[in-house]
Design a protein around this ligand. Sequence first.
Ligand SMILES: Cc1ncc(COP(=O)(O)O)c(C=O)c1O
Length: 466
Amino acid sequence: MSPPITLDIAPFLSEKSQLWKACGIRGLFPLEHIPGMISLLAGRPNTSTFPFDSITMKLKPTLAGMPAASGDEDPFTISLEEDELNEALQCVPPLPTRLMRAEQWLEKFQSHVHKRVPDASWDVTVGSGSQDLMYKACEALISDGDHILLETPVSLHSASWYKTPGTLGFLAALPGTLVEVRADSEGLNPANLETILLNWETTHPGKPYPKLLYTIPSGSNPTGASIPEHRKIEVLKLAKKYNFLILEDDAYAFVYYGPEGQQARSYFALELEVNGEMGRVVRFDSFSKVLSSGMRLGYMTASPRLSTVVSMITSNTNLQPSSLAQVMAYALLSRWGPEGFLAHCAGVAAFYRARRDVFERVARKHLSGLAEWTSPIAGMFLYIKLLVHPDGRDADSEEIVRVKAVSKGVLAVPGTAFMPLGGATPFLRVSFSLIEEDKADEACRRLREAILEARAEAVAAASKNA
Ligand SMILES: Cc1ncc(COP(=O)(O)O)c(C=O)c1O
């Protein structure tokens, strides 16, 4: 067997990535740790002037059970005081810090979860949510003239729900051309991907092959689909053959509630085994679904060369992700340990499994024969196909969702909102994360009325045309 190759990411970096320079002052901070050094460097405020004396976090008995705590510690209380508090309140980390320790913790965690030995091919960078890191990674990678393969339907994240055409939120503001790769009930379809690549020179004469593939492998937003491992393997092989990077946006990885022990391994876990190489996968994880979405913490696992550019963009724009959020998360994670955190996530996932079951029960009650969907094994979405036309033709959900459903008092997202390049679709997305059973029942009853109205119109139109 030939030795593993670490992909050189340099040829993938954008022209703009060269323009980001390390912040001069920050580059000097490591010298502060030299014993005896007196630092007059930073224009930091003095933390003694801040009004906080301590911050105490009271934990819920976790969804999974008791978090681990050592000795006499109260297992449900974490207090940030003195040095730890100062570190949480200060912008620039003064010591070998919790912030760096959070990244070190996460490196060990990634190694544990994805069975990747720590080596020079990858590292972990914390950001203000995974979307912040995705944007910066795309900024570091995409130049004018590049093509980006985009799993479709795809979440527009911050785009307003009534914005029909357009692109994945921030990608719209970046250079590059989006190429849709259709997903189905099993996520990204490698056969569709291969067709696009096989025909590339005909469909895109004179254009370079795509540089990136963006995909949501678990509990996709919006489709709820999770791609099985055998498909990931095919996608990885295509990535090597056609030399593109895989941006693995796995925000729902910890919200997996399918059969125990059968969660597909990540692209990051598989790349070495499948392709004998490392560094082609850029992975994004998020704490938003399992710790707090307001803390705005996510992490990127990627080639250190890419991480350096992303960190340079951060240090020149928002300086760093919130210290307070990082110190809080680190205090919790280091107390729980990897297994405690994963047990907590399993509890969160069980919560959403129960929500899914309730929603599907009432959806079946009201929508049988009028709609169909694939039951998700991760995440918090159902992607519902409306069955409107008696002859089985696909309907366009747009008017039904925006007009009929709204007038009956129920809101959902029309599938058009997830089509980067526009186009009709019979789907709509519902989220079952927040909704209680009585409201879910009423929502599905109202949706039924909207679909029945659309169906009556479709039948009338068909008989008029007959
Ligand atoms: C697929 C996907 N990725 C990323 C995000 C954003 O994650 P974060 O809150 O870590 O920025 C979301 C938002 O909900 C999402 O649905």
